[in-house]
Design a protein around this ligand. Structure first.
Ligand SMILES: [Zn+2]
Ligand SMILES: [Zn+2]
Length: 198
């Protein structure tokens, strides 16, 4: 059975309430990760796609919120990938269902729970991918997030609600923080909005 098909079957079983399916999904994720990291022989490109989709599933699972449209999008992408051994992640990232996943979690890998090293204030940060060159500015009133290029040095953007936004410590603006924990962006963006500005 292909990796995408194995994942699809486990995900379907998970949705039907099969409690062992979670372990199957976690094990498959681990197995694919080890293949990708130390890949000899080189894993199929379908393995990369499946691994990426299992990461999305895990982030949803971790949020402890039912995000059924997210699960539905992952299943559609697995279905799309399962007949094609050489399907590329770059193709997958262009599918409407992948864009739907990004819409649900924002361009964020993890929500960072930070403690300022200078003043001790605890605050949230957006863990964006190192490739993206985007910083997340979080509204101090409603928690909505504005993503803007890190090269844009204009003053902090103002939220739609009129609130001030911050991307460093909201108390002293220090960039130095201790990471206390991370949480799932699917959880955060299930009740906060995000947008991109130039
Ligand atoms: Zn501070
Ligand atoms: Zn706001």
């Amino acid at each position: 059975m292909s990796p995408a098909e194995t994942a699809l079957n486990a995900l379907t079983a998970y949705e039907q309430g099969n409690s062992e399916a979670v372990d199957q999904l976690l094990n498959l994720r681990k197995e694919l990760l080890s293949k990708i990291s130390f890949g000899k022989p080189k894993p199929s490109s379908q393995s990369y796609c499946t691994y990426n989709l299992l990461e999305e599933w895990f982030a949803i699972y971790n949020s402890q919120i039912q995000i059924s449209n997210g699960i539905a999008a992952i299943k559609k992408l697995l279905l799309w990938a399962k007949h094609n051994e050489s399907v590329q992640t770059i193709e997958m990232f262009q599918q409407p269902e992948w864009k739907q996943l990004v819409q649900l979690r924002g361009p964020v890998e993890a929500i960072l729970h930070c403690r300022c090293r200078k003043c001790g204030k605890e605050f949230l940060g957006m863990g964006t991918s190192g490739f993206s060159d985007e910083a997340g500015w979080i509204c101090s009133v409603c928690g909505a997030v504005i993503f803007r290029s890190v090269y844009n040095l204009e003053p902090a953007p103002v939220c739609k609600c009129g609130g001030k936004t911050f991307s460093n410590c909201p108390n002293c603006d220090s960039k130095e923080f201790e990471l206390l924990q991370t949480s799932s962006p699917y959880g955060y963006f299930s009740n906060h909005t995000w947008q991109r500005v130039n």
